[in-house]
Write a protein that binds this ligand. Structure first.
Ligand code: DAH
Length: 359
């Protein structure tokens, strides 16, 4: 019995003193392993007097259990301590920025084009493009603006020098020529939007010689004015990120549509501050209409069979309205302070799911 007490105090003391998990494992082998001291004690049981064996066996087992339990308890303590130490060593401030914020900013024009494309894209429109330098036919004649038509003077066109045949190319005055290019190269049904640069010889408070438009064109056999109105009203709600934007259509003239209209959106100008949405005032944002039969015929489409709508919108204008940019001319001053203020983070692409514009 004395052996049991001696071994108990020896091994429990050793366990308490074990400084790390490796030392503890060595102890375990030395005490409880096959050739360990406590296991050795068990083997003496056979040579003990028969009447003492039962009590001795119980005492040996109790010793074994106690040492094993002490080892487990110490193991848990040492394990916790090791983990704590590891965690402390690997401590990391997850609130620090993972990488520096990019310095560059997207120009509001690029951001607005991305937003417009995301909205019409979700409605099934594809993006189409055309050249900035246009042929007279695409920019004017095919759009039902023949030579001598007064609309040509209204456009303040930039002409390139005369070519050998006497004709002159132009810097496109609107994105509408891409309607013609698309109808001549694709079969209906057609559903396109055309964001792009346009040019007019005009420079004052509200005009720059280069500006941007987005054109829209839908051609099939059934699309009517009701579709035009619904589509553009939906666009306004999505673009201005408001549940309701009142719209109204006023009759207007554009040679390439019949009937033609201008669309206004509701706003209020209380206290000198312009707010889009319900109010008692209106603001014109785009021109639109049903594609003129003559335009369809110029594109070899039979107006008795095909019909559709078109619209054209100024990108700078809707960007200024949405983002509260007061002066058009600042868009093209290339002032970095302006861009830092009005620009957008380049990696936050607008989407209807994640939200159009960063908050
Ligand atoms: N091209 C016109 C402009 O620049 C805008 C426009 C009006 C385009 C009506 C259209 C339309 O497609 O249907 O002033």
């Amino acid at each position: 019995m004395n052996d049991v007490e001696t071994l108990k105090s020896k091994w429990l003391g050793a366990v308490r003193a074990a400084g790390d998990l490796a030392a503890l494992e060595n102890l375990r082998v030395e005490a409880l392993g096959k050739k360990g001291e406590v296991s050795g004690l068990m083997k003496t049981l056979g040579s003990a007097p028969a009447e003492e064996r039962k009590a001795l066996g119980a005492a040996f087992n109790a010793l074994k259990d106690e040492v094993a339990a002490a080892i487990e308890a110490r193991k848990a303590d040492l394990g916790d301590a090791a983990l704590d130490q590891k965690l402390a060593a690997e401590r990391l401030d997850v609130t620090l920025p993972a990488r520096p914020e990019p310095e560059g900013r997207l120009h509001p024009i690029s951001q607005t084009i991305d937003e417009v494309v995301a909205i019409f894209g979700a409605m099934g429109f594809k993006v189409a493009e055309g050249p900035d330098i246009e042929d007279d036919f695409y920019n004017f004649t095919a759009l039902n603006i023949p030579p001598e038509h007064p609309a040509r003077q209204m456009m303040d066109t930039f002409y390139l020098p005369e070519r050998q045949d006497g004709s002159r190319l132009v810097l496109r005055t609107h994105t509408s020529p891409v309607q013609i290019r698309t109808m001549l190269s694709q079969k209906p049904p057609i559903r396109i939007i055309v964001p792009g640069r346009t040019y007019r010889s005009d420079h004052d408070m509200t005009h720059t010689p280069m500006f941007h438009q987005v054109e829209g064109l839908v051609i099939d056999k059934t699309t009517h004015m009701g579709h035009l109105k619904g589509c553009l009203a939906d666009f306004c709600r999505a673009y201005f990120e408001l549940p309701d934007v009142p719209v109204r259509f006023r009759p207007s003239f554009f040679p390439f549509v019949e009937p033609g209209a201008e669309m206004d959106i509701g706003c209020s100008r209380k206290g000198g501050e312009l707010k889009i949405g319900a109010g008692d005032d209106w603001l014109e944002i785009l021109g639109c209409g049903m594609v003129h039969p003559k335009v369809l015929r110029h594109c070899n489409l039979d107006p008795a069979e095909y019909q559709g709508f078109a619209f054209g919108m100024g990108i700078e204008r809707v960007a200024m309205l949405k983002y509260g940019i007061p002066d058009l001319r600042t868009f093209y001053e290339a002032d970095l302070r302006w861009l830092r203020h009005y620009g957008f983070l380049p990696l936050e692409a607008p989407s209807l799911v994640r939200g159009l514009s960063p908050s």
